[in-house]
Design a binder for this molecule. Structure first.
Ligand SMILES: Nc1nc2c(ncn2[C@@H]2O[C@H](COP(=O)(O)OP(=O)(O)OP(=O)(O)O)[C@@H](O)[C@H]2O)c(=O)[nH]1
Ligand SMILES: [Mg+2]
Length: 466
């Protein structure tokens, strides 16, 4: 089972903080200080290969939301401008000291860093600041652990947690022995040199075995899903996947279109597990619409790897609807983060409809200022109320038409062949339906792959009367 609090953070807390008389809280939400290094724009861009980076204030605002979602109470925020993070302590010595004092003043329980820390940085910070240190990756993993509902989601989160933990295990043992080992007779360090390291190896092996087992189970679940998807594909129903930054409004859009009782929340990562619903396009064609986990800037690699099965849903889609929170001050950085994640997933070139959502919150002038035309197939929408949604579906329909290799035809379907009429209605586009003596005379277009089934009923399209 995925754990609510990850080992790294939990164990460190037991070892260093609990039971200290430093005024930190017991029970109630944990009090957190947020910390970020503001790396000069150029360096960051080079490191992450991005041109549009989230400014440190925006990134901290996002970390604040993540922390609150995880159940912490944010009591202070600290940032430092640096050319690059300190290899040993992430922040400079002075800042570490400042954090230590701040934590004592405010009775904070932990410091959350807006980056992934190396195991060494984490250990040094725990020593220097004197409390639990959680990094961005551990925080996101923690939220995912809270949110995973399905078996597959839980397996994937546990896999990501263990992959995060494995390289940190030895640091944890050093720390555990330094503090915990002392109680068994004082010689903490000596005691762990021998048996401790043996224990470390045992633990490592146990974790590796569990990782292998989890991967196998995840493969099992995803194979099941793969077969299910194949069936849908043979049915010829196009698949549309909703992608986008977390909290952009993907679930809201699915709910509006299908009435599905999916969770909509003003929280990050409200959705983890994919939900698929049948939806009709304006001219009646049926498609499957899939809502899945949202993206975030610097999505931890362990998570992307572990969620590959879930993310395959995106890979299977014929068209992607990229839902953008047009109200967010960080809109451009978010669009780029989504683009980068899609690249990482090697989703390949798929047609994308860019749905600029939440325009009910913008003035018309602001909408013009969005620069929507820079993005593929842009459509302004308000998923919550449905405005713009029919137009968006129309764009999807046009793309599918172009893709489907639609063939115009006229067929006289006997009244007994109701199933074929349904197929025409759901997979194709009907121009006219006419009751005739021999059956229903239908004209319209149908994807070429259905042609064989309809061939026996084809009729000449009358070109002129008489
Ligand atoms: N004003 C306004 N708010 C919206 C609109 N669409 C969604 N929201 C709000 O945005 C928040 C996030 O919506 P969700 O649908 O949960 O977003 P999501 O993309 O599924 O987010 P995750 O599942 O966390 O990735 C909710 O509070 C919604 O009510 C809209 O058109 N207008
Ligand atoms: Mg959602």
């Amino acid at each position: 089972m995925a754990r609510r609090t990850n080992w790294a953070a939990g164990l460190a807390a037991d070892a260093t903080d609990r039971g200290n008389d430093d005024g930190s809280t017991y029970g109630g939400p944990e009090r957190a200080i947020l910390a970020a290094v503001d790396i000069s724009r150029r360096t960051t861009a080079a490191r992450y290969g991005r041109s549009e980076t989230l400014p440190v204030e925006e990134s901290l605002a996002e970390l604040d939301r993540l922390s609150t979602t995880a159940g912490a109470e944010v009591v202070a925020t600290v940032s430092q401008r640096l050319e690059h993070p300190e290899p040993a302590t992430f922040m400079g010595q002075g800042k570490v000291q400042e954090l230590r004092e701040l934590r004592l003043d405010l009775g904070a329980d932990l410091v959350i860093f807006d980056d992934e820390l190396t195991p060494t940085q984490q250990r040094n910070l725990e020593k220097g600041v004197g409390c639990k240190i959680v990094d961005r990756t551990a925080l996101i993993l923690d939220i995912f652990a809270q949110r995973a509902r399905t078996r597959e989601g839980q397996l994937q989160v546990e896999l990501a947690q263990l992959q995060y933990l494995l390289p940190r295990l030895s640091e944890l043992w050093v720390q555990f022995s330094r503090l915990g080992g002392a109680s068994s007779g004082g010689g903490g360090r000596i005691a762990t040199r021998g048996p401790g390291e043996t224990q470390l190896e045992v633990d490592r092996r146990a974790i590796r075995e569990r990782i292998a087992m989890l991967k196998e189970r995840i493969t099992g679940v995803s194979e099941h899903r793969h077969r299910y998807r194949e069936r849908r594909r043979q049915d010829g129903i196009p698949i549309i996947a909703l992608v986008g930054y977390t909290n952009a409004g993907k679930s809201t859009l699915l709910r509006h279109l299908s009435g599905a009782e999916v969770l909509v929340e003003d929280k990050l990562f409200a959705t983890l597990d994919p939900t698929t619903r049948r939806v009709s396009l304006p001219r009646g064609q049926q498609v499957l619409l899939t809502d899945t986990v949202g993206f975030i800037q610097r999505l931890p690699t362990a998570l992307v790897a572990a969620f590959r099965a879930t993310l395959e849903e995106i890979d299977q889609a014929d068209v992607l609807i990229h839902v953008v929170d047009a109200r967010s001050p960080a809109m451009l950085a978010q669009i780029e983060a989504v683009g980068r994640t899609l690249d990482d997933l090697k989703v390949g070139a798929k047609p994308i409809v860019t749905a600029f959502n939440k325009i009910d919150r913008l003035d018309p002038g602001d909408v013009r200022g969005l620069g929507m035309e820079r993005f593929p197939n842009p459509v302004p929408i308000a998923a919550a109320h449905g405005s713009g949604v029919p137009e968006m579906l129309g764009v999807v329909e046009a793309i599918l038409d172009a893709q489907s290799d639609a063939v115009p035809m006229s067929v006289l379907l006997p009244y007994a062949a109701g199933a074929l009429l349904n197929t025409f209605r759901e997979r194709g586009t009907i121009a006219t339906e006419q009751y005739e003596e021999g059956g229903m005379l239908v004209t319209g277009t149908l994807p070429r792959r259905h042609l064989d089934a309809f061939r026996p009923y084809l009729v000449e399209v009358p070109t002129s009367r008489g």
